[in-house]
Design a protein around this ligand. Structure first.
Ligand code: ADP
Ligand code: ZN
Length: 345
């Protein structure tokens, strides 16, 4: 296990990389812990919860909503959880987002920490302090920014992670490489999902490197006035197609990134060969780069996009690439964006 500290303006958090679940007992008084997890994790890792206090939510993004928070609060009351309670969210991004939010509002806030168990949660959802729920089709519309006390990374959880969740998680890793880290992009080109799945040292280094990228972007811009927007690369379109086609998040973001690359070629002098390299890398990691077959629901996509939180007046901030490893925020008029999207999606 090695500990790294990450400083935010109001808090320093510890990340325990390459740690074991059992080392939790050295970090928190076990009588104070209430775990929040989902129905898959509790089945696959039942041994971890024996004799402990825990709350189980149903797995899946559709449960990331206020009624699940109400359920958690009722369970906390049943467990007689007081102000000294320490909540530990153990699971994928849905669990960490909702556990952080429930912990932030229960009794006006109790302490919490995360044990992320999916690639996506490890490199993205659990890092950065954003916690919350979806409201209908609007993702993460309600929530808080509050950091956990610590993050504990136990890679043995990944042994049970389904293949499609590995693939989804790698969409965010490729995103990080595209906007910030050309060397990481090359590393991904020179390796493969199978290699990362088999080599403990490689996945462990990859995850730490991605936590660092996300942390640096967030710490430089905690209130999302500039650089943090880069993390939305592929996400503006991604969220729209995720909603409309009911795609997994990583798949949707991958389609969004492929379109954003083509748009970057058209309006940002991003070289065509570089765009092809990104698209090839997405394919190499089994991610889709075009919309699923069938009717193209352009009208619906545009409508969801217009509701996007990032829109301001008649322009929208859109993330483009200058080159691989260098993302940029561009304000594009809605009129131009509409054309670009339907030519390139
Ligand atoms: P995210 O992709 O944001 O992490 P979820 O929290 O919904 O989203 O996790 C994706 C799916 O993977 C869920 O069905 C969840 O139960 C499952 N999952 C997460 N971690 C593991 C794991 N280590 N082993 C098996 N399934 C897992
Ligand atoms: Zn994402």
């Amino acid at each position: 296990m090695h500990q790294t500290e990450y400083k935010f303006s109001d808090k320093t958090i510890s990340c325990y990389f390459d740690a074991e679940f059992s080392s939790l007992e050295n970090l928190v008084d076990k009588d104070k812990i209430v775990f929040i997890t989902d129905s898959n994790i509790v089945k696959l890792h039942a041994d971890k919860f024996e004799g402990k206090k825990f709350i189980v939510i149903s797995a899946g993004e559709k449960n990331k909503q206020q009624s699940t928070v109400d359920f958690i609060i009722n369970e906390l009351i049943k467990l007689q959880a007081g102000r000294e309670t320490f909540i530990i969210g153990i699971g994928g991004g849905v669990v960490t987002d909702i556990a952080g939010y429930a912990a932030s509002v229960y009794m006006r806030g109790v302490k919490f920490a995360f044990i992320p168990t999916s690639i996506l949660a490890m490199v993205d959802a659990a890092v950065g302090g954003k916690n919350g729920v979806d409201v209908g089709i609007y993702k993460n519309l309600v929530g808080v920014i509050r950091h956990p006390e610590f993050l504990l990374y136990d890679y043995s959880f990944l042994k049970t992670l389904p293949q499609e969740e590995w693939i989804n998680g790698f969409a965010e890793i490729i995103k990080h490489a595209c906007i910030k880290d050309e060397k990481l992009f090359e590393l991904l080109e020179n390796n493969s999902l199978e290699i990362f799945q088999q080599a403990h040292r490689k996945i462990s280094e990859l995850i730490k490197r991605n936590v660092e990228i996300k942390y640096n972007v967030v710490a430089n811009d905690e209130f999302e006035t500039g650089e943090r927007k880069l993390l939305n690369f592929g996400h503006t379109l991604g969220h729209a197609v995720e909603n409309i086609y009911q795609l997994p998040h990583g798949n949707a973001v991958s389609i969004g990134m492929a379109a954003a690359c083509k748009i970057s070629v058209e309006v940002n002098n991003f070289p065509g060969e570089e765009s092809e390299r990104v698209i090839e890398l997405l394919k190499k990691y089994n991610l889709p780069v075009t919309l699923p077959f069938g009717e193209r629901r352009s009208g619906a996509i545009w409508e969801v996009l217009l509701m996007d939180k990032k829109k301001s007046g008649d322009t929208m901030n859109f993330i483009l690439l200058n080159k691989i490893g260098n993302g940029v925020v561009k304000s594009i008029s809605l009129h131009q964006l509409k054309e670009l999207i339907f030519q390139n999606l």
